[in-house]
Design a protein around this ligand. Structure first.
Ligand code: 2P0
Length: 339
């Protein structure tokens, strides 16, 4: 019987978005992407795994509910890790024959565009790799569960290289800088809605690959330069450039979603209002102090520096009051008088 292995992994928030695959089974992306892994235990997944001879079949529990184990991605991850363990002889055959029990929890809304699968799979493969004592690139294993998960296995700012090889061996994540490099950087997550999204990321991106002309342009013309420029801005701690690229890339990603047929609409009226307010704020400040980015959902992630957090929180509270009663009164029409 194995001991219980427990690990946690935080979510990552992309600033250059991954959208579109060149290989559906190996989960290989069309373009490089860049993200920051949150340095927090507020938004993370926690997974415990064990292998035992008395477990009758493989089991997975997600947020306290037992889920079917016949999920292809889950089986790919487990199969790949066991294959490596067998090749490396890191555990014996008897241990490999036992079933596993996986227990995973997120402490934030699942599947609401808050990168829950990224944290979940990063956590799962790290725990299983420890259980089977394998030595390998964990980001490549995490990628088999969910593309964006490969970025959550490192802290700080991370780049997922699309790679060019058909077997995906060069489609791995690398760290751009560690979490100590830019200690003033903060992320605010504005939860607009915590319900499950209508179109999953996987389905949405399949549809974009099949129908969006803009996606082709984005992959060939926009992303390569943006990735180089944002990596430099991160290394140089140049917030204004970092912020501008982040916002432009979020906007282009959602433009691709709208260019998809039928369109994938992830942002809502409140999301668009957040965009408007943040531009207005930067304009009033006379410099770019905050950047928004939206994933495949309506929730906003704001990148900003620590010194500006109190003012931006005050702005958000003023423009987007959170009590039901305040919402009934409606959103303010202008930002007059602010800050
Ligand atoms: C990202 N997203 O870079 C982008 C931005 C959503 C919008 O990665 O099919 O859940 O499991 O590889 O990783 C969401 O895609 O999709 C995603 P799969 P995943 O963060």
């Amino acid at each position: 019987m194995s001991g219980i292995i427990t690990v946690t992994a935080p979510v990552n928030i992309a600033v250059i978005k991954y959208w579109g695959k060149r290989d559906e089974d190996l989960i290989l992306p069309l373009n490089d992407s860049v993200s920051a892994t949150l340095d927090t235990n507020v938004m993370c997944a926690k997974t415990s795994v064990c292998a035992r001879p008395d477990i009758n079949e493989n089991e997975i529990w997600l947020n306290k509910l037992k889920e079917p184990f016949n999920n292809k991605r889950l089986q790919n991850c487990l199969g790949e890790i066991k294959g490596i363990a067998r090749a490396q002889k890191s555990v014996d055959e008897e241990f490999l024959s036992w079933n596993v029990r996986i227990y995973s929890e997120n402490n934030f809304p699942t599947a609401a565009g808050l990168a829950s699968s990224a944290a979940g799979y990063a956590c799962l493969v790290t725990a299983l790799a420890k259980l089977y004592k394998v030595k390998t690139d964990i980001s490549a294993l995490a990628r088999l569960g969910s593309g964006s998960a490969c970025r959550s296995v490192y802290g700080g700012f991370v780049r997922w290289h699309a790679g060019v090889k058909p077997d995906g061996s060069d489609s791995v994540a690398t760290q751009i800088v560690n979490s100590l490099h830019w200690p003033e950087m903060r992320v605010l997550v504005l939860v607009v809605a915590d319900t499950k999204k209508h179109t999953s990321s996987s389905k949405g991106m399949q549809c974009s690959v099949a129908t969006s002309e803009l996606l082709k342009y984005r992959v060939q013309n926009s992303v390569p330069k943006r990735v180089n420029d944002i990596c430099k801005a991160i290394k140089d701690k140049n917030f204004a450039t970092f912020a501008e690229i982040t916002m432009k890339d979020s906007n282009q990603f959602h433009a691709v979603c709208l260019d998809t047929y039928p369109p994938c609409v992830y942002m809502r009226d409140v999301s668009h209002k957040i965009v408007e307010v943040m531009h207005k704020y930067n304009e009033i400040c006379g410099q770019t102090k905050v950047a928004y980015t939206f994933d495949a959902g309506p929730n906003a992630c704001l990148y900003l520096l620590e010194k500006d957090v109190p003012e931006v929180i005050a702005l958000i509270k003023k423009v987007f009051p959170t009590t039901k009663q305040d919402f009934v009164k409606g959103l303010p029409e202008s930002l007059e008088g602010f800050p």
